[in-house]
Design a protein around this ligand. Structure first.
Ligand code: IMP
Length: 468
């Protein structure tokens, strides 16, 4: 065991291992109690997480769950896209609940989601027809597109109305041309946009600053830094199941871009995985259960989107995708949530790999969705566990023996240790796996010296992604 007062050896990154909604916020909340700085590095109001303040439960989209630690500085970094009215509303809601938000820092370089981004998100989805990807409709993709096209508006631009209007004068003619001529829709005027923004800007002004300096100084001062990933690995614009992805980099590498924290400052990378797998929006989902078992998981697990209310597609745990996630993120351990949701099944299944046309795939084919289409998941079946009085469980060893065995089997397949598990939304329903470090120790563990330990299932091709 590492001393809890040992010097900090590295930042901790928490990412989702599959298609999002892994309930990362729950584990971030537990680890975040010991963090000095919590940084969200990507995505926007497409994310959704539930934050509990006292007896009150709030659903947030932008503010990191780390805001609940009053002692921690809570950063929304450059890689985020922010809808000012959503952020202003979240700050107001927190203030009503007695959270001052005085430790919130919003990057001057984060991009602003404007009304035309949302409109274009809707119009693009309609225009794609059968090729629509089922976005959350929050304007995230069009905002990132403007960022890449160098016609975006950044949070820092909001601080000076003259500058804001200059930036809108560059972007709006292009957008209006597209809206009017391309989509035969309506146009936006700078006056209306600025007038709508004004009250929100006054709320946000005190929070907008150079957050790269916050991250850099935190490293220099040996602070405990926790990165809160949004979305998840398979939604990464490069590493995910393109085009059914979001427009940012939810993988661990995204944590080092625009946060002031370099890759060399990261120590542990934790993947949050559900005991089963879910997906919202379109795209192939090999382990999806289209029968009563999928419905049962959805109802028991309340698998409806926090942001859109859409029912989530549910299926058995895809550990083949998990192994891909280990590789892409350099995961050093995983946290498994929703163990209670699988209670009551006679047997539970884990997908260990896929076959296609009778051949075994070497890797989860994230980079080639045509290869993913028609893949057959191959399952290992384990005995299930019965419902228990979950409130009586306070240690990992109290969990039903078959639930413990399930976690251990996922460890073996993934080739990384399970560090924490959870079986409910409350903080006390999250447990440290026996013999594993406490959250505070994660910041002081020796940095991983080796990468790429092979898991016990299947060969790993090193030459190309594809069929072995
Ligand atoms: P967008 O991020 O709104 O552009 O949506 C692109 C894809 O990512 C869609 O399939 C969404 O359902 C999915 N997505 C985006 N954010 C989340 C999330 O927080 N959880 C789950 N899926 C998400």
């Amino acid at each position: 065991m590492v001393e809890t007062n040992a010097p900090v050896t590295g930042a901790v990154v928490v990412v989702g291992t599959h298609w999002g909604d892994e309930a990362k916020g729950k584990f971030v909340d537990v680890i975040g109690q010991d963090a000095d700085v919590v940084i969200r590095y990507g995505g926007g109001p497409n994310a959704g997480h539930t934050v509990m303040v006292g007896d009150a439960t709030h659903k947030f989209h932008l503010i990191p769950s780390g805001i609940l630690n009053a002692k921690a500085v809570c950063v929304m970094a450059d890689g985020m896209v922010i809808a000012p009215e959503v952020l202003a509303h979240e700050i107001a809601t927190l203030r009503e609940a007695g959270v001052t938000c005085e430790n919130l820092r919003v990057s001057q370089n984060a991009h602003v989601i404007l009304p035309y981004h949302k409109r274009l998100d809707e119009l693009e989805e309609i225009a794609k027809g059968a090729g629509a990807i089922g976005t959350t409709g929050r304007g995230v993709g069009p905002c990132y597109a403007d960022k890449a096209s160098r016609i975006g508006i950044r949070m820092g631009d909001l601080l000076d109305e003259k500058r804001l209007r200059e930036r809108l004068d560059v972007a709006l003619p292009l957008k209006n041309k597209l809206l009017l001529k391309g989509y035969k829709d309506y146009a936006f005027t700078p006056d209306v946009i600025v007038a709508e923004l004004r009250p929100h800007i006054e709320v946000l002004r005190p929070f907008i600053c150079d957050t790269q300096a916050v991250g850099y100084d935190a490293v220099a001062d040996g602070k405990r830094i926790l990165f809160e990933g949004a979305q998840a690995t398979l939604l990464d614009i490069d590493g995910g199941t393109y085009p059914f992805v979001t427009s940012s980099h939810p993988v661990s590498g995204g944590a080092t871009v625009g946060t002031g924290v370099p890759p060399t400052a990261i120590g542990q990378v934790l993947g949050v995985v559900k005991a089963y797998t879910t997906r919202v929006g379109a795209g192939t989902f090999p382990t999806e259960l289209l029968d009563e078992r999928g419905d049962r998981i959805r109802e028991r697990g309340h698998e409806y989107g926090t942001t859109t209310g859409r029912p989530r597609r549910c299926g058995w745990l895809d550990a083949f995708a998990l192994r891909y996630s280990v590789r892409v993120n350099g995961l050093t351990g995983f946290c498994m949530g929703h163990l209670d949701v699988l209670a009551g099944f006679d047997t539970v299944s884990i997908c260990t790999h896929y076959t296609k046309n009778g051949e075994r795939l070497a890797h989860f084919p994230a980079g080639d969705v045509s290869l993913l289409d028609g893949c057959e998941p191959v399952f290992e079946t384990l005995p299930g566990w019965a419902e228990v009085e979950w409130d009586k469980i306070s240690r990992f060893d109290d969990l039903p023996a078959n639930a413990q065995a399930y976690v251990r089997r996922v460890e073996a397949i993934a080739g990384i240790p399970a560090l924490m598990v959870s079986f409910g939304a409350r903080r006390d329903q999250t447990l440290i796996v026996s013999g594993k470090p406490a959250p505070r120790e994660l910041f002081t563990l020796p940095r991983p010296s080796a990468f790429g330990a092979r898991s016990e299932v299947g060969a790993v091709a090193t030459t190309r992604v594809g069929v072995l």
